[in-house]
Write a protein of this length. Structure first.
Lengths: 315, 297
């Protein structure tokens, strides 16, 4: 075994040096994330579900759709609580969770996200508890509006959380990931609404599903076309079936909701389940693509080499 | 966007301290690894045989703060370096009848052994420090980057943020650990354990400005001696991390030693990331609002 193991092309030395790459015994350059997929990808999914559900909840609240509103408020509250639980569970020292709030640090998306959740979770919980108990309605309405104001940030900040790392497939996708997560959050919230609300109240959920599916599909398509070599881990390995499932379930769920889901409660429920599963699949797919890109030195070395070559060419 | 603050040494604090690791005189003795482990009381990091030359340490991590890389190369003068089958080469050593028989296509090949002691770079713009949500990672008065172990809550964010794969989470302990540039020794006016133990002065410790001057002289001397492959890595304040506090003299491309060729602090793009996320959040809010407009069902 030699230090040149990483060089591709077998015994033949490539004529075009661009094709080759060198590594130290094929070892990764980066230390891969130590995060558990279930905790962190789950956290991304639940955060998206919660944040977008708050938008749906506020709309349902304003337009007099009580059952859609209750489902969305419960989804936002449950999603926020479970995502916090997943985040704390993943810490190496869970008892020190509150150390996240000992500073306010704009350079750390995880720090800002913790502050965001610290503000958001009580609002989401207040909105849900007021709705379920029927008490403190004015405070509940204010909490619903407050949670909706923070909801979009809760849905999309997790994309920055991933992109603000040296992980090639996350960092290179920093322009597309927030839109993919926004779309995926919208489909998840719509899916929950479709599952829980009667057909006559679920019109906004159906439209939100179509919007979210279109946004997510457009963003992931752009991601795969614009990020060069960093797009490869999204199409290979463990991420491949997840990303494909996400695309099929999201598109299929949105179409089913917009078609038969307008009349049939059963079709709407199936569509809702598909949308929720598709949203989760996207987050797990993105998670695994990033980990795979960190574990293979090629995704670190080749783009950096090309960058250096391009810079040398400019001079 | 970084939380690095003013450059050390400009406000009455001690000068920025660092390492210059001159790999051209590294003999691969691993005294640095041992001294680091001993002084910092780092747990055992696995007793494995990797098959990677004499490197059974593998990679920097939570329990490995110095790592000596061993690279075996066969180089034909004037040609692109290639791999070497050391066992075949070794089989010819001491064979009767003088030198080894020449290989048909690659003769005359020369065996080259590169050794390099890797360490945390103590970046000017340190991604681990920037992304740390608790403020556990901080910049010392010596311009180094250190984890406060009573603050770290083991979120693990610094691990994928590091462009060099240095910091890692310790299993069973949960917290993140890495080289402190022997912060405790520096405070007492002593040099770090690895530099103290290095028998060839491959690891040189000092004020970063002095080290940069020394390194420039050394690389010029090597070039004059015909070692044209010698190059400095991480010494330039213009690079993607604003210059490393621990930089190197290498004899081949950085990736040969497992180092990234053009590392960039991830937070350089953070303002653009927040802008994209804000645009996506606005799109989502608009989409949700639109879903409630129009028809009443």
């Amino acid at each position: 075994m030699t230090a040149r193991e990483g060089r591709r092309g077998g015994g033949e030395r490539p004529v075009v040096p661009r094709a080759g790459f060198t590594s130290y015994y094929g070892r990764p350059v980066l230390n891969a994330p130590t995060w558990e997929a279930r905790d962190i990808a789950g956290y991304l999914f639940l955060g998206g579900l919660a944040g977008s559900s708050s938008l749906l909840a506020a709309g349902a609240h304003r337009t007099g759709r009580p059952r859609l509103g209750r489902a969305a408020k419960a989804g936002a509250c449950g999603g926020a609580a479970l995502s916090l639980a997943a985040l704390v569970h993943d810490l190496g020292r869970p008892a020190r969770f509150l150390h996240m709030l000992r500073v306010l640090k704009p350079t750390s998306p995880m720090n800002l996200g913790s502050w965001l959740l610290a503000g958001y979770a009580p609002l989401a919980a207040g909105a849900a508890l007021s709705d379920l108990s029927g008490r403190y309605r004015r405070a509940g309405a204010a909490a619903t509006a407050g949670a909706a104001a923070l909801g979009p940030a809760v849905t999309t900040y997790t994309a920055v959380l991933l992109s603000d790392t040296a992980v090639p497939s996350w960092h290179a996708a920093y322009r597309q990931l927030p839109f993919a997560f926004a779309g995926s959050g919208a489909t998840a919230a719509a899916g929950l609404g479709l599952l829980a609300a009667p057909v006559r109240e679920a019109g906004p959920a159906r439209r939100l599903a179509l919007f979210g599916a279109a946004l997510e599909t457009a963003a992931t398509s752009l991601l795969e076309r614009r990020t060069g070599l960093a797009a490869e881990p999204y199409r290979t390995g463990r991420a491949r079936p997840l990303m494909r499932a996400a695309r099929a379930l999201t598109a299929g769920g949105a179409l089913l909701a917009a078609g038969p889901g307008r009349r049939s409660r059963g079709a709407a429920a199936v569509a809702g389940a598909a949308l929720l599963t598709g949203s989760a699949a996207l987050r797990f797919g993105v998670f695994h693509a990033g980990v795979a890109s960190a574990e293979d030195p090629r995704y670190t070395v080749v783009p950096q080499r090309e960058r250096l070559r391009a810079r040398a060419h400019e001079r | 966007m970084t939380a690095s603050g003013p450059p050390p040494g400009t406000d009455g604090s001690p000068p920025r301290m660092g390492f210059f690791t001159d790999t051209s005189v590294c003999i691969g003795c691993k005294a640095c690894e041992v001294a680091c482990k001993e002084w910092n009381a780092i747990p055992e990091d696995g007793l494995l045989l990797t098959g990677m030359s004499y490197d059974n340490t593998g990679h920097l991590g939570a329990d490995t703060w110095r790592h000596v890389a061993f690279v075996e190369q066969r180089r034909t003068p004037g040609a692109d370096p290639g791999g070497v089958d050391v066992f075949r080469a070794a089989a010819h050593l001491g064979a009767a009848g003088g030198p080894a028989p020449a290989d048909a296509q690659t003769a005359p090949a020369e065996l080259r052994w590169l050794m390099s002691s890797d360490v945390c770079k103590h970046c000017t713009h340190a991604a681990c420090l920037d992304v740390c949500p608790t403020g556990s990672l901080f910049r010392t008065e010596f311009g180094t980057v250190v984890v406060q172990e009573d603050i770290c809550n083991g979120c693990g964010y610094c691990v994928p943020a590091c462009p060099y794969g240095v910091i890692d989470q310790r299993r069973g302990d949960g917290r993140a650990w890495k080289c402190t540039l022997c912060y405790d020794r520096l405070g007492a006016g002593a040099e770090p354990a690895c530099a103290k133990a290095c028998p060839t002065d491959s690891i040189q410790f000092g004020a970063l400005d002095d080290l940069r001057e020394r390194a420039a002289v050394r690389v010029a001397q090597l070039h004059a001696d015909g070692v044209t492959d010698a190059r400095l890595y991480g010494e330039s304040p213009q690079d993607g991390v604003g210059g490393a506090g621990a930089f190197f003299l290498l004899l081949d491309e950085p990736e040969v030693y497992g180092l990234p060729p053009d590392p960039v602090v991830t937070t350089r793009d953070l303002p653009a990331m927040w802008r994209c996320a804000a645009a996506a959040a606005a799109t989502l809010a608009a989409g949700a609002a639109a879903a409630f407009l129009g028809r009443r069902r």
